[in-house]
Design a protein around this ligand. Structure first.
Ligand code: UDP
Ligand code: MG
Length: 155
């Protein structure tokens, strides 16, 4: 199914200059940029975004880490995009993420792990709404889409 997912280029990607290399991976996979912008996250949006982690002892450090620089938020579109982007992202801990994944290739930390990626259809929908206004998401399709997927896969 054609899906949209949310990716955040975390301060670890911004500070270390990996935005281009990571975006290139998504584009070479055939994912479509449906929305993209730079923003400074604050405590309010992070408490919402990471509500499943607010009770954890590392949460204050996570907050600080995610506010350490502006981030780039991106909405990517593609067939099964939520799962595809999670597979490309790899395990949470960069030391355990497989080589070939973004975290496996660019990080060595459980916290400083380069990108966020939505982990379920419910999360993706809520997260896209959290970071983008409706008019910031563009429902365009590149003319080359027929060379990325079969018509059957796009139904
Ligand atoms: N995190 C951390 N320490 C941990 C677990 C998670 O600092 O022990 C951070 C890490 O940056 C991670 C984020 O919290 O990406 C969200 O955690 P989650 O379990 O949702 O992992 P993810 O979905 O990002 O793989
Ligand atoms: Mg998560």
């Amino acid at each position: 199914m054609m899906e949209k997912t949310l990716v955040i280029f975390k301060p670890s990607a911004m500070e270390r200059g990996f935005v281009g290399q990571i975006l290139a991976r998504f584009q070479q996979k055939g994912l479509i940029i449906a929305g993209i912008k730079m923003m400074q996250l604050d405590e309010n949006i992070l408490r919402e975004h990471y509500s499943h982690l607010t009770g954890k002892s590392f949460f204050p450090l996570l907050l600080k880490s995610m506010m350490a620089s502006p981030v780039i938020v991106m909405c990517l579109k593609g067939v099964d995009a939520i799962n595809v982007v999670r597979l490309m992202t790899g395990a949470t801990n960069g030391r355990e993420a497989l080589p070939g994944t973004i975290r496996g290739d660019f990080s060595s930390s459980n916290q400083e792990n380069i990108i966020h990626a939505s982990s379920s259809p419910e999360d993706a929908e809520a997260e896209i709404k959290r970071f983008f206004r409706a008019e910031e998401i563009f429902d365009w399709t590149p003319a080359s889409i027929g060379f990325v997927y079969s018509p059957l896969e796009m139904q």
